[in-house]
Every structure is written in structure tokens, then in C-alpha cells.
Design a protein around this ligand. Structure first.
Ligand code: GDP
Ligand code: MN
Length: 387
């Protein structure tokens, strides 16, 4: 799960990471009070969306007075921020973080991630901060220093010092750096994060370290242990169809194509998407309706798929193992009737009671394209779309 910068900063601050004073505004009328409460004489407005690259897109603004702050906030609230990380449709700004403005002497980078290949947490640090770290990694991999953490003993003090020196921090700053890495690590573990990133980590005018921008991702699988963190979820930042699907307990991910897919089982869903691509079309979604797909889940699956205006055909691929195919067929017929589905539907049902299911589909009077096997289903869906 992603959270906002202002929320991430609170989590890191609680473990000792130095951050600027800041407050978040949800509406324009809060602005004067917030500016008055923060130390000046300059402030930074930061659009709070679940994406980076805001600086270049107009989502970061420096202001020098209360009236400038109100003007900038008026423009920023409701704006559609398009950055390389938002996709072309961008993200609407609904929250703005106000911070005291820091003076930057140097911009550094510090990140902590779970490296699945190494089965460890790994620090990634660089003297090249403030820019896209992916670019640095690509063009100058030698400028990124990694420090893997042995899970048996945890982060060691010598590693914190080694990283501080690698960033070129001297004297008092090296101490601050070592403490900062410790604080990042503590925050990561305490909150079951999957990513903690500070970019840029700056040396300010008074020669202190400051986390100017912070990104924290939380491990969804551990959220049940942190109801307080789960409450930070911002549904405005998520695809509305995916939010709706999660309410129905469907595993749904929206994609860019136009073939809607309804499949039971994640593996089969992946294989179905592969075959659709192989047949020359693009899947509109990944949808796993689960092993025990009932009439209700099928109907909900239909609702979600049909809410996507890009969908021009639907491919239903069900293997009747735990679930019986005739049950699914009933669900498909009921749902197709009640939802008045207009796009062609290709059905491939295999396994328990597949023959009964085929008969039901045929007797329904609705126009289904019944396919014998998976490859045939994928080819069929491409054909019906072409007509
Ligand atoms: P991002 O573009 O979404 O990653 O947003 P950041 O919070 O990293 O801000 C982008 C850039 O804006 C930073 O690299 C800084 O150069 C600048 N910036 C952000 N906050 C401040 C601040 O308090 N003072 C100054 N001088 N620059 C800032
Ligand atoms: Mn940044």
C-alpha cells in the first residue's frame, strides 16, 4: 500500500529521521492558519499524490507570503498533476503539504528496500540525490552503493558508519548519517514496510541532514498487524474499479487492452492473458474470481469488467475443479441477462459438469460463443471483436 509523503514523514519522524516542520491542508480555508503556524519566511507547497516527479510537473511551489501561499494553493487544489509516475491521466490534487522551506547545500539519496533476490533488506545510497534514481542506476551504476543487511543480526553500527562515509559525510554529519540509517531501518521494521526512500536527503544551510522528500510503501500482507497504518489508505488515489473489486473480494487489476477476462485462479488468469496476447489482442484486466466462483461473484465480476468503457469483448475461462461448471454457467446466464450485456462473450468451461454447462448456455437463448479449449477461446475473442 502506498501512503502520502506527509504520512510517511510522520512515520519516519517517530523513529528519529529529521524532517521539516509541516502541516497538511485539505481545503483552501485552512491555508492562512497553517502558514501562520509554520516558521517562515518561506514555505513550500507540496501536492500530495501517490507519485513522484512532482517538482517538474508543477506540484512543488515555493512561496514567500501568506497571500502567495493562498494563491498557489488555489491553483494547486483540484489540479490534474501529470508526472512520469502518474500515467497520462494524471492525479487530482486533494491535499497539500505545507513545509517550512529548507536551504539546500547538497542533495543525496538514501533508500531501503526488500531485495527478493538476495532475501534481505538492502540499503541503496548515492551522492546523486534529488534526481530520478532509476536514471542514475542505469547511467552510472557505480554511483549507487548498496549495503545488504543480514537478517540474523540486523543492521550493524559499522554498516551505518560505512554508509555515512560513502556519502562523503564528515565529522558531525557522519554521526547524523549513521543515526539516520538506523532510524530508517527501525521505521522500516516497526511498520512492516516494503520501501523507505528519502530523495532528496539534503545537507541544509546549518550543515544538518534533513529528509526533504520521503516515500514509504507498506507491505499489504502485514497490514492486519497495523490497523493504524491501514487507516492511512487514500481511496482517492486508487483506481475506482480496483477499489470496488476489493470490496467484492475479487482480485482485479486494470490493464490497457480491450478484452475483459474473467477467470478462476490466478495462474489460469495469467495463462489466459498470455494467450489473448498471443492471439493478437490485449487484455483489459486481470481478474481472478477465486476457486469457488458463485453466481454472485460472477455477477460482480461482470459488473466490474463492464464498468470499463474500453472493454469490447469478454472472455470467460473457468476450470471446474472445486467449482462446478454448470453453477458458473448459471451465474453467467443470470448476470448476462440482468446486466443486459451488449459486448460479445466467449466462454470456455472445462472440468466438472462442463457438458451440462454447455447445454445450459445453449438453451439460454443468449448469444454466447462457446470455445472448446483455451487457445480456441483466445482466437475466438479476437475474431468476434473484428466483426
Ligand atoms: P518530487 O519531485 O515529487 O520528488 O518532490 P520533492 O519533494 O523531491 O521535491 C522536488 C525538488 O523540489 C527537490 O529536489 C528540491 O530541489 C525542491 N524542493 C522541495 N522542497 C524544498 C525546500 O524546502 N527547499 C528548497 N530549496 N527546495 C525544495
Ligand atoms: Mn523527491
Amino acid at each position: 500500500m502506498k501512503i502520502h509523503e506527509y504520512q510517511a514523514k510522520e512515520l519516519l519522524k517517530a523513529h528519529g529521521v529529521p524532517v521539516q516542520q509541516g502541516r497538511v491542508a485539505f481545503s483552501l480555508n485552512q491555508v492562512p492558519e497553517i502558514v501562520a503556524a509554520l516558521p517562515g519566511p518561506e514555505w513550500v507547497l507540496k501536492a500530495q499524490v501517490h507519485a513522484g516527479g512532482r517538482g517538474k510537473a508543477g506540484g512543488i511551489k515555493l512561496v514567500r507570503s501568506e497571500s502567495e501561499a493562498v494563491d498557489a494553493a488555489r491553483k494547486m487544489f483540484g489540479m490534474r498533476l501529470v508526472t512520469p509516475q502518474t500515467g497520462a491521466e494524471g492525479k487530482i490534487v486533494r491535499r497539500i503539504l505545507f513545509t517550512e522551506a529548507a536551504k539546500i547545500k547538497k542533495e543525496l539519496y538514501a533508500g531501503l528496500i526488500a531485495d527478493r533476490g538476495k532475501n534481505r533488506l538492502v540499503f541503496m545510497i548515492s551522492r546523486e540525490g534529488g534526481v530520478e534514481i532509476e536514471k542514475v542506476a542505469e547511467e552510472h551504476p557505480e554511483k549507487i552503493i548498496t549495503e545488504p543487511i543480514d537478517p540474523g543480526v540486523g543492521l550493524q553500527a559499522f554498516q551505518c558508519r560505512r554508509m555515512a562515509f560513502a556519502l562523503g559525510l564528515a565529522h558531525g554529519l557522519a554521526k547524523e548519517g549513521a543515526a539516520l540509517f538506523r532510524a530508517m531501518y527501525d521505521a522500516f521494521c516497526a511498520n512492516d514496510c516494503s520501501l523507505v526512500e528519502i530523495n532528496p536527503l539534503i545537507i541544509d544551510a546549518e550543515d544538518h541532514l534533513l529528509a526533504l522528500d520521503v516515500k514509504v510503501n507498506l507491505d499489504d500482507n502485514a497490514l492486519y498487524r497495523h490497523p493504524d497504518l491501514a487507516a492511512l489508505r487514500d481511496l482517492d488515489e486508487e483506481d475506482p474499479l480496483e477499489v470496488q473489486a476489493s470490496k467484492y473480494n475479487l482480485n482485479y487489476i486494470r490493464l490497457d487492452g480491450n478484452v475483459g477476462c474473467m477467470v478462476n485462479g490466478a495462474g489460469l488468469a495469467m495463462a489466459t492473458m498470455d494467450l489473448i496476447k498471443l492471439a493478437g489482442a490485449e487484455p483489459a484486466n486481470f481478474l481472478d474470481v477465486g476457486g469457488g466462483a458463485s453466481v454472485e461473484t460472477v455477477a460482480n465480476g461482470f459488473r466490474i469488467i463492464l464498468s470499463d468503457p474500453k472493454v469490447q469483448a469478454i472472455l470467460i475461462n473457468i476450470f471446474g475443479g472445486i467449482v462446478r461448471c454448470d453453477r458458473v454457467a448459471k451465474g453467467v446466464i443470470e448476470a448476462a441477462q440482468s446486466l443486459n450485456v451488449q459486448v460479445p462473450i466467449v466462454v470456455r468451461l472445462a472440468g466438472t459438469n462442463a457438458a451440462e454447462a454447455g447445454a445450459l448456455l445453449q438453451e439460454s437463448g443468449l448469444k454466447f460463443h462457446v470455445a472448446e479449449d483455451l487457445a480456441g477461446a483466445a482466437q475466438c475473442v479476437v475474431q468476434v471483436m473484428a466483426h
